[in-house]
Structure formats: structure tokens, C-alpha cells
Design a binder for this molecule. Structure first.
Ligand SMILES: NC(=O)c1ccc[n+]([C@@H]2O[C@H](COP(=O)([O-])OP(=O)(O)OC[C@H]3O[C@@H](n4cnc5c(N)ncnc54)[C@H](O)[C@@H]3O)[C@@H](O)[C@H]2O)c1
Length: 395
């Protein structure tokens, strides 16, 4: 099925992500039915969509008549049967719980026409397992939007073990139609691309802080003002939610073992006290008076090359796992988190040998798996693929 043939969709779960995805689909001309567990949630979601469309009009990004017709294309129901009976696509955005997701997929499968694609917006869970809850695992895939879906340009399209290429092509095409840039995650690996690389840099920073090598503000100041990243790692953790960072961290640890050994002492106490960051007012920082002000004076406290080294190493592992190519990894980090450069581009510019030496130095010093160089990196350097200076590196 080509993306152009997707005329009717269902979005399951109308929360933070679901309502934004429904809005996007409707803006691109697709009829959408949102499903939730009660009418009150659905009414709230419709209010949010209306507010957001009005903002688009105010900012002159769309015309009033286009906003009005998009709104008319969005319907709501608590009945899966009604929502799914004649769809071409469903996107699931219910809470991150495998039992619940499997139930949703099996229900959708029983009501949706056989040609329909069933996609999940999961951040961490197995697409393959969701596919196995249906009789159409070839048409089940991940379609991971970033928050908020209407402004974030990236979509990770994830292939489950049984997903066919046509499904991936259709979802990639659809992402483009929605004005997004898709990157393809060829294997159903935990954390996909963006959260996996973020998990690596978070851990490096948390451990450095735990070892009292730098202060939290010092790390964030260095990451922002020396490294040119839009936020420091602690600030970003707070911004995205420490409950989510903690959960993703644990999932990465389960999936990849010691390389992702979490620094529980730093994050766990905050999570236990429900200090999740921006959304609760307090996390690593106090957000009650707005965004934390990170001092410019501490920009040398932390060596940002360490963040880059573990990011490049994780990118190498993703390539090693054959889960994505360097261009998609770089695009993912630039569009999904506004990094100033992708890790593979960074390594090619800096020299793969330089990054490898940094990792070796850190590994010798701390004896932690996160610094142990990925075999691909060693292999490239041995072959003389050092990056720009030798004409070949990751690219
Ligand atoms: N919030 C983010 O930043 C973000 C980013 C990317 C992906 N995700 C993923 O998107 C999914 C949804 O996250 P969210 O933040 O929108 O959650 P949320 O809690 O804001 O929304 C979930 C919605 O699903 C509804 N729901 C619960 N059970 C349901 C059922 N059986 N049928 C239909 N609806 C049901 C809830 O009532 C709620 O409205 C999760 O898998 C999450 O990992 C979240």
C-alpha cells in the first residue's frame, strides 16, 4: 500500500502523544478516529487539538479554513470496533506496558481490514512482540514520534522481526507526507536509535557526577556552552521526565548489560520522591520559576569529548548490530534532540583514532564497559578509516 492510499486512520490513546499524532494525520488530509477509555479524556484531547490548531492559525502557519477542515476530520469513540472497521492504518499510543499494548493490537487486529497497517508509538517496547499478538505481524511496525509530534521533525520507523519491507516503506512515505523526516531502524533493538545514544551520554555524565569529577551544573555548563548542545544532560533529563529516563535506563541495562550499567544513586532517589523534573516542578533542578539558569562560568568543568566518545561508541554498536546506518543515526540525533552534529559526523571530523584513544584512556581509568570500544571502531581504525583526514571513516 502506498502512503497516498492511507485515507482513514485510528489513533489509540488520546494522551500527550496520541492527540498530537491525530492532529498531524488530520492536517495532512487523513480521516482520524481517536480511541480512549472514556469520553472525558477524548473531550480533553479534542480541546488540546483545537487549541493547537488555533495557534497554527495565529502564527500564520496554516489557514483558518484548513484548521477548521482538519478539526472536522477528527472523530472520537470508546469503541475499537467503530474506530477500526474501515481503516488503512492504526497508530497505538497507549501507556508503555506490554500486556496492554498486546491487548490493543489483538483487538485492533480483530476489527481492522486485513490490508491495514498497525503501528506503535512505543519508545522502548518490542515491536515483534506486539506483532505476535496479531495475525498480521508483517504489517506491524514501530512509528516513534517525538514529543510534541507537531513540532518535532523526526520519526523512527522500526522494523519488527516479522515486519515486511512494504510496511516500512509505506510508513516512511507517510512520515514524509506528514512533514517529518523518517529514519529506519532495521532491527527491533531496545532504545531504537535516539534514546539508546542519549542513554549512553546520560550514564557517562551521571557516573562522572557520582564520582565527584564534576558538579551537575559544571557538566551541564560544559555540555551547553563548550559542546554546543541545546541542553545539558541533567537539564535534558529533567525536561523529558526523570521517570522516563529512569525506565529507559533500566530497559537499556536489561537489553545490553554492563555497557548500560545505570548510576542508580544519582537518579533513583529523585524518582522515588516523584521529583520527575519539569513536569513536577523539581528534579535535578528547580523548575518552579521556569527553566534553570546554567552558569556560563563552569564551561570547562567537564570534558565534553567524553560525551562524544560514548555517543560514537554507541553509534558504532548500532551499526555493529546492523540496526541503522550512519546517516540515519546522525539525522536522528540532530532532529530528535537538536544535537549540533551527529556522532558519526563528529567522529569523521575529529578522527576515529582520536575517539578510539579517548575510549581506551577512559576504559583503562575506570574499567567500565561503557568505555570499552566497539569492535567496529577498532576495525575501522586498523583499516585506516580515520575519517575526513584519510577520506574514509563512518562515511
Ligand atoms: N510522552 C512522550 O514524550 C513520548 C514520546 C514518544 C513516545 N511515547 C510513547 O507514546 C505512548 C503514549 O505515551 P503518552 O505520553 O502519550 O501517554 P499518556 O499517558 O499521556 O496517554 C496515554 C493515553 O492512553 C489512554 N489509554 C489507556 N488505556 C487505553 C486503552 N486500553 N485503550 C485506549 N486508550 C487507552 C489513556 O487514557 C491516555 O489518554 C507510550 O508508549 C510512550 O512510550 C511517549
Amino acid at each position: 500500500m502506498s502512503a497516498e492510499k492511507i485515507k482513514k486512520a485510528a489513533v489509540i490513546g488520546s494522551g500527550a502523544m496520541g492527540h498530537g499524532i491525530a492532529e498531524l494525520l488530520a492536517m495532512s488530509g487523513i480521516e482520524v478516529t481517536m480511541v480512549d477509555i472514556n469520553d472525558e479524556f477524548l473531550a480533553k484531547a479534542m480541546e488540546k487539538i483545537k487549541w493547537s490548531l488555533d495557534k497554527f492559525v495565529e502564527k500564520k502557519r496554516i489557514r483558518r479554513e484548513d484548521a477548521d477542515s482538519a478539526l472536522l476530520r477528527i472523530h472520537t469513540t470508546t469503541s475499537y470496533e467503530q474506530a477500526a472497521k474501515d481503516i488503512d492504518l492504526a497508530i497505538e499510543a497507549v501507556p508503555e506496558n506490554m500486556d496492554l499494548k498486546r491487548k490493543v493490537f489483538s483487538t485492533l487486529d480483530s476489527f481492522a481490514p486485513t490490508h491495514a497497517i498497525l503501528a506503535s508509538n512505543t519508545s522502548t517496547l518490542s515491536i515483534t512482540e506486539m506483532g505476535q499478538a496479531t495475525k498480521r505481524p508483517d504489517k506491524v511496525a514501530g512509528m516513534h514520534f517525538f514529543n510534541p509530534p507537531h513540532s518535532m521533525a523526526l520519526v523512527e520507523v522500526i522494523k519488527g522481526e516479522n515486519t515486511n519491507q512494504e510496511t516500512i516503506t509505506t510508513l516512511a512515505e507517510l512520515s514524509k507526507k506528514l512533514g517529518k523526516t523518517p529514519i529506519i531502524v532495521r532491527k527491533d533493538v531496545r532504545g531504537f536509535i535516539v534514546n539508546r545514544i542519549l542513554g549512553a551520554v546520560f550514564n557517562e555524565a551521571f557516573w562522572a557526577y557520582q564520582r565527584k569529577e564534576a558538579t551537575m551544573e559544571g557538566i551541564d555548563s560544559s555540555v551547553k556552552y563548550t559542546g554546543g548542545f541545546p541542553m545539558g544532560w541533567f537539564e535534558l533529563g529533567d525536561f523529558g521526565g526523570l521517570d522516563i529516563a529512569y525506565e529507559v535506563g533500566n530497559i537499556l541495562y536489561q537489553a545490553y548489560g554492563e555497557r548500560f550499567k545505570p548510576c542508580a544513586e544519582v537518579i533513583e532517589p529523585l524518582v522515588k520522591e516523584k521529583k520527575f523534573g519539569q513536569k513536577t516542578g523539581v528534579g535535578f533542578y528547580d523548575w518552579t520559576k521556569g527553566r534553570p539558569r546554567i552558569s556560563f562560568n563552569l564551561l570547562d568543568e567537564y570534558d565534553v569529548e567524553r560525551s562524544w566518545a560514548v555517543a560514537v561508541n554507541e553509534a558504532a554498536w548500532i551499526i555493529h548490530d546492523d540496526a541503522a546506518n550512519p546517516a540515519d543515526i546522525d539525522m536522528g540525533m540532530k532532529l530528535g534532540t537538536y544535537w549540533p552534529s551527529g556522532p558519526c559526523e563528529y567522529a569523521d571530523r575529529t578522527g576515529l583514532d582520536v575517539v578510539l584513544n579517548k575510549l581506551k584512556e577512559l576504559y583503562a581509568k575506570y574499567n567500565m564497559e561503557m568505555y570499552k570500544p566497539c569492535p567496529i571502531l577498532e576495525d575501522y581504525v586498523t583499516k585506516g578509516y580515520l575519517g575526513k583526514k584519510t577520506g574514509r571513516g563512518f562515511y
